[in-house]
Write a protein that binds this ligand. Structure first.
Ligand code: SF4
Ligand code: SF4
Length: 439
């Protein structure tokens, strides 16, 4: 018998206690320092509950459970809903201070019906029998002008005919002008971005030419919620705007957004995915950002009303009372995510779309997929990344983002490590405060 290879033990933030988590066996326990001692020192447990819960286990037995759960994961993944990104054009009317797409060479979008039909036919044939939805993405998909507005209108109509729901990722500036057009689609969600309250947002996300955008985005959010759409508000943060997040949370609260069941949020970390205009000193490392969010949330509980960070397994555990299933792969690219653009090209996901060297094939004028490239993507999981094979956090981490891993280490089958232990410590401190004090 040994300690499980999947035990993660972390000292709970702002507590003397520890949290012990094991994703393979679906267990999580808060331990006093005395109870945690044997785990920390790698000594045999004095208490039989460690064995009952799988924290202390026979190695062979654990391997067989691991294999069994891996097969279940692969089976479930084959049934997952597929998110299909479609980029009608890469152009954008904003000049965000940190935009990474500014380096993309302009490509000529083909806005013909033929191209649109080719895309929808490809989706219909290739993903037949799978649950799926489309996300329109850019650049900025909701641009002004007759040609662009008519295109989006036709696209939504055609997607509705195919019974496909559509999510839209927009900067929100022209959302109001698209109000009637949106009614043609089966709109699943509208993702908009506010990087803070008025002054901060306007300094980071002006129109090209410098005009402010805050009021228009706010009106767009009000309109979308009034029309019953789900709004997913994203704030892209770095060290320059993080403190303003509390003021944004108060603003969202006053507007009644935070208590609207159709309103959700995500915090995006401004980081160097491919290229980024921000100064590296202004960017957060992952753990650093989460530490800062923790500090802000403890001081200003309104922040949690606006956004509850996932903090690895802990938000899920707090909300559901159980751990999520073991995560053998956290990168959906080419498995349950694909990206297409209106030049007829196929990519793995939003991180690679538009990068010619990452192209996996075409759906127009001819259908072609580079099967070697696709299988390199498809095969990536924690079993194919050497470092993950011996990592105790692998079933909570899943190997991270393939694109980030490739940018950093040159190959898809390399790790993009997540600070799992730190996140669990912060999340337990935040969501299980009382329990951590009372144990
Ligand atoms: S490569 Fe990164 S961005 Fe692309 S699907 Fe995987 S995790 Fe997501
Ligand atoms: S990516 Fe890093 S942290 Fe994640 S499982 Fe692999 S080795 Fe562990």
């Amino acid at each position: 018998m040994n300690w499980s290879k999947h035990n993660i033990i972390s000292r709970i933030k702002d507590s003397q206690n520890y949290i012990l988590v094991n994703s393979l066996h679906g267990q999580a326990d808060i331990l006093t320092p005395e109870n945690a001692d044997c785990v920390l020192k790698n000594e045999s447990p004095k208490d039989s509950s460690f064995e009952e819960k799988g924290y202390w286990i026979d190695e062979k037995r654990e391997e067989s459970i691991y294999r069994e759960k891996y097969l279940k994961f692969a089976e479930a993944r084959d049934k997952e809903e597929i998110q299909i990104f479609f980029v009608p054009w890469y152009s954008c009317n904003f000049a965000c201070s940190y935009c990474f797409q500014d380096e993309y060479a302009p490509v000529n979008a083909d806005l013909s019906d033929e191209m649109m039909d080719a895309f929808l036919n490809y989706v219909k044939k290739t993903f037949a029998g799978r649950r799926k939805y489309i996300t329109i993405f850019g650049g900025e998909p909701l641009l002004p002008g007759k040609e662009k507005m008519e295109y989006i209108s036709r696209f939504l109509e055609r997607a509705s005919e195919e019974k496909l729901t559509v999510a839209i990722v927009s900067n929100g500036y022209h959302l109001k002008s698209y109000r009637e057009i949106l009614k043609k689609g089966l709109i699943r969600e509208i993702q908009l971005t506010l990087d803070g309250t008025e002054e901060i947002h306007n300094s980071r996300r002006p129109l090209k030419g410098g005009k402010t955008t805050f009021d228009e985005v706010v009106e767009g959010i009000d309109m979308a919620l009034a029309d019953g759409y789900t709004v997913n508000l994203r704030a892209v943060v770095d060290k320059k705007n993080i403190d303003n997040l509390v003021t944004l949370a108060e603003f969202a609260d006053k507007k009644g957004w935070a208590s609207n069941p159709n309103f959700k949020t995500q915090i995006g970390r401004n980081y160097e995915l491919h290229h980024c205009q921000s100064k590296p000193a202004d960017l957060f490392e992952r753990a650093e950002l989460h530490e800062k969010l923790y500090e802000l949330a403890v001081k200003h509980p309104v922040l949690l009303k606006f956004h509850k960070p996932a903090y690895s397994l802990t938000k899920f555990l707090f909300q559901n009372g159980t751990l999520p299933d073991p995560l053998f792969d956290s990168c959906p690219g080419t498995k349950s995510e694909w990206a297409f653009d209106s030049t007829g090209r196929i990519f793995s996901c939003t991180a690679t779309v538009g990068k010619s060297e990452e192209q996996l094939g075409t759906f127009y004028p001819e259908v072609y997929l580079d099967s070697d490239k696709v299988s390199t993507w498809e095969n990536r999981d924690i079993m194919t990344i050497e470092k993950c094979g011996t990592c105790n956090m692998r079933l909570a981490c899943g190997g991270g983002c393939a694109s980030i891993a490739k940018n950093r280490l040159g190959t898809l089958h390399s790790p993009d490590c997540r600070p799992i232990s730190e996140l669990i410590s912060l999340g337990t401190g935040l969501y299980f405060k009382e329990e951590s004090i009372n144990v």
